[in-house]
Design a binder for this molecule. Structure first.
Ligand SMILES: Cc1cc2nc3c(=O)[nH]c(=O)nc-3n(C[C@H](O)[C@H](O)[C@H](O)COP(=O)(O)O)c2cc1C
Length: 199
């Protein structure tokens, strides 16, 4: 079993979302001691954003790309290959200004590629990243679970589902900005959800 852990916090150390993602991976490892774990820390190793040069590279046929364009496309190719190689994907996702961190958006932009991870058919779009189990560790300062201000969960369900990842579980660690007790409760609640999910 291959586990891919993506840490999306802007903090490479001390991040709550990474702590919860680590706890999920630790539970999975207990159940599957032979599992191999790859970690992509987007704070330490950020992926470049989808800017004009990146779009030009991606929309140029591979055999016509400049060396710079080939290098840029190869960065996305590597993330796509890493995703396809995973059986289980664990995302550590903080809430920043009611959305996902820009680092995670850059990762999503990289792995969302027509003809590779999804395609359009006569029946509509088809996700090609199938058979994955996905766990999303959500860390928040406040409490937004199931409320109208939580745009993260609908967004992630939509985009991951579009790519074919339909088996997605969300682990909520909420209230980190609500004092020491809030943070303790957030971690305890996350641990209980992990126990339930990775049973
Ligand atoms: C730039 C920034 C924006 C934030 N925006 C929100 C927010 O919109 N809602 C919220 O509940 N918490 C917000 N927080 C609090 C974080 O979600 C919380 O501290 C979380 O633990 C951060 O995860 P991390 O430690 O993995 O980076 C924000 C924190 C930062 C640094």
């Amino acid at each position: 079993m291959n586990i891919l852990q993506i840490n999306a916090s802007a903090r490479s150390a001390g991040a709550n979302s990474t702590r919860v993602a680590d706890a999920i991976v630790a539970r999975l490892k207990e159940r599957h001691p032979d599992a191999r774990v790859s970690v992509r820390d987007l704070a330490r190793d950020p992926h470049p954003i989808l800017d004009e040069a990146a779009l030009a590279a991606l929309f140029t046929p591979a055999d016509k790309r400049t060396p710079e364009q080939a290098a840029r496309a190869a960065l996305d190719d590597a993330l796509i290959a890493q995703l396809f190689a995973a059986d289980v994907v664990v995302l550590g996702v903080p809430m920043y200004n009611f959305g996902v961190p820009v680092q995670l958006k850059a990762w999503i932009d990289a792995v969302s590629r027509a003809g590779a991870t999804f395609r359009y058919t006569e029946n509509g779009p088809e996700g090609l990243v199938k058979g994955k189990t996905v766990y999303v560790a959500l860390a928040r300062g406040g409490v937004y679970r199931d409320g109208p201000a939580d745009s993260q969960v609908p967004y992630l369900k939509t985009v991951l589902g579009f790519l074919g990842m339909t088996e997605v579980s969300f682990i909520y660690a909420e209230g980190f900005a609500m004092g020491a007790i809030g943070a303790e409760k957030a971690l305890a609640a996350a641990d209980a959800q992990i126990l339930d999910l990775v049973a």
